[in-house]
Design a binder for this molecule. Structure first.
Ligand code: XMP
Length: 519
């Protein structure tokens, strides 16, 4: 990674947590730049005095075993404020003589409630009436290290926040970076501005100029093919790259047959007629259905779709002279959940279409101008580029499309059934003014058939599952609490209008432990 000379920055040491990038995100939201490194690359940092503070992330390791992941002790002699989160807290405690135990009694997953034991700069204005904090740990600190004090506790643990305020070392057992911690941002605010005393110097729109300039320099006179799907990410990429290189951009829309009803053609028209981009539409649905025949394993589906996608792009690119690059709307969370971009031990959850599916030997070089951004930051960029509101605020849609919303094998018939149900659901959300209150909503087709009765006849048809979640960035999510009236109306409408569905269920899981998509 490249280190910036800017002195108003924070160093994040990534021990492999699924949500480390969210720490960077929270810090950016507060207008501060940060850099993430792995414990292994600590020796690449030449000058620690460039940082105003250090954050140690969570991670899957445990300090209760030999050879645990650590940082050199000199970190603590630099007089730079340090905040440990989850594993980071346990590491701080371990390195200062505290005790940590793996304990079934003290482990906490999901929501816990926090209470103050002592006032601290770190918790100034933090506690609110809800007091909910998000936990994900098995190990817990059972004995305070020397010169540390307990700041807050939960029902299961007396040492949920600890501090050595003289040395400016702080540790929190919960994850203040996830949106389900009530007022977690305040912890970062206090750490940055009260403890590290850093200045705000970062914002999303300022990055726009930098990205356009970087694309210009990288591409020069070559041509770029852009994978335009009609979602906000690839749309923003197309507009950004268009600003940088104008007529050397060729946008390709591959109709996989796995998209939502009507959405694709509508987007094609907008980009062609309103933005006057060079867009080519390719109908590839036949080949996608052929390759997906009898495939029901989620990872296999993802890999097949991803590979086929790239193959089609490569084939198309050969029809133009001088094409060297492929522009994609890969985001920060896509990279984190497929493989940690910093190379640390993040566990793999899913192969994201635009990352995991890439063949090793690509003939095109990648341009991924959004890979440092989260979804809502991309929307801010979209707005500043004049992107149509209905595209800019469209719910996220996964690269593999409806194929990962049909559990089991994918057929044209199932796709048609699902498209109809999904169309009714999404339209009803618009009509009821609920669409913009929800981060992502979709219908899925479950692989089981059940018995129903319509008129006086027996039916034996599929089950449609509805999902709607609130989220800030897709990293964590809660199910949306629909009014009963809406659920009644939508269930009735889908069963009455979509032949092939005789039952509707609503998914009430949060992320974690579930994911937003089913596969
Ligand atoms: P999960 O299911 O991992 O989804 O909780 C988090 C967010 O990512 C979207 N998603 C994808 N987006 N390619 C994408 O571009 C993919 O392969 C992919 N898989 C999931 C998902 O819709 C949600 O917004």
């Amino acid at each position: 990674m490249q280190f910036q000379k800017n002195k108003e920055k924070i160093l994040i040491v990534d021990f492999g947590s699924q949500v480390t990038k969210l720490i960077a995100r929270r810090i950016r939201d507060l207008g501060v730049y940060s850099e993430i490194i792995t414990p292994k690359s600590i020796n690449k940092v030449k000058n620690f005095s460039e940082y105003k503070g250090v954050i140690l992330s969570g991670g899957p390791s445990t300090v209760t075993k030999k050879n645990f992941q650590s940082i050199p002790k000199f970190f603590f002699s630099k007089k730079i404020p340090i905040l440990g989160i989850c594993y980071g807290l346990q590491l701080i405690a371990k390195l200062h003589g505290g005790k940590i135990k793996a304990s079934k009694k003290r482990r906490e997953f999901g929501r816990a409630y926090i209470f103050e034991s002592k006032r601290s700069l770190l918790t100034k204005n933090f506690y609110r009436s809800k007091r909910a904090v998000w936990m994900s740990h098995e190990d817990a600190v059972t004995k305070l290290p020397k010169n540390f004090k307990a700041v807050a506790f939960t029902k299961s643990s007396k040492l949920t926040i600890i501090e050595n305020s003289k040395e400016k070392i702080y540790g929190v057992q919960f994850h203040p970076e996830v949106s389900h911690t009530d007022n977690g941002k305040q912890i970062f605010k206090n750490f940055l501005f009260l403890i590290c005393k850093i200045k705000r110097k970062w914002n999303v729109v300022l990055q726009k100029k930098r990205i356009i300039q970087e694309v210009k320099e990288k591409v020069q006179n070559h041509k770029v093919i852009c994978a335009l799907s009609g979602g906000v990410d690839s749309s923003v990429v197309a507009l950004l790259v268009n600003k940088a290189i104008k007529k050397n951009l060729i946008c390709i829309m591959v109709d996989t047959g796995l998209m939502r009803k009507n959405e694709f053609k509508y987007t094609y028209k907008i980009f062609k007629n309103k933005y006057k981009l060079n867009v080519k539409l390719i109908n590839a649905s036949k080949i996608f259905f052929k390759k997906l025949k009898k495939i029901s394993n989620p990872e296999k589906k993802r890999k097949i779709i991803g590979k086929l996608f790239i193959k089609i792009f490569e084939k198309e690119s050969k029809k133009y002279r001088n094409v060297k690059f492929l522009a994609q709307g890969t985001l920060y969370p896509d990279i984190i959940e497929s493989k940690s971009s910093t190379g640390s031990k993040t566990s793999k959850i899913k192969s994201h279409h635009n990352v995991g599916g890439l063949p090793k030997k690509m003939n095109l070089k990648l341009i991924e101008p959004l890979k440092e951004f989260f979804k809502d930051e991309v929307r801010v960029l979209g707005n500043s580029l004049g992107l149509a509101k209905d595209i800019c605020y469209r719910h996220p849609f996964p690269g593999p499309g409806l194929a990962i919303r049909i559990i089991g094998n994918v057929t044209i018939d199932k796709i048609k059934i699902l498209q109809e149900a999904d169309y009714i659901y999404i339209n009803e959300l618009y009509k009821s003014n609920l669409y913009d209150k929800i981060w992502q909503a979709y219908a899925a087709l479950l692989p089981m058939k059940t018995v129903g009765v319509m008129g006086d006849s027996r039916t034996y048809e599929y089950t449609c599952m509805l999902r709607a979640v609130t989220s800030e960035d897709g990293m964590t999510a809660d199910y949306f609490n629909f009014p009963k009236d809406f659920l009644d109306k939508i269930s009735n409408k889908i069963v009455n209008s979509v032949k092939g569905i005789n039952r509707v269920v609503y998914d009430i899981s949060s992320k974690p432990p579930s994911t937003i998509e089913l596969e």
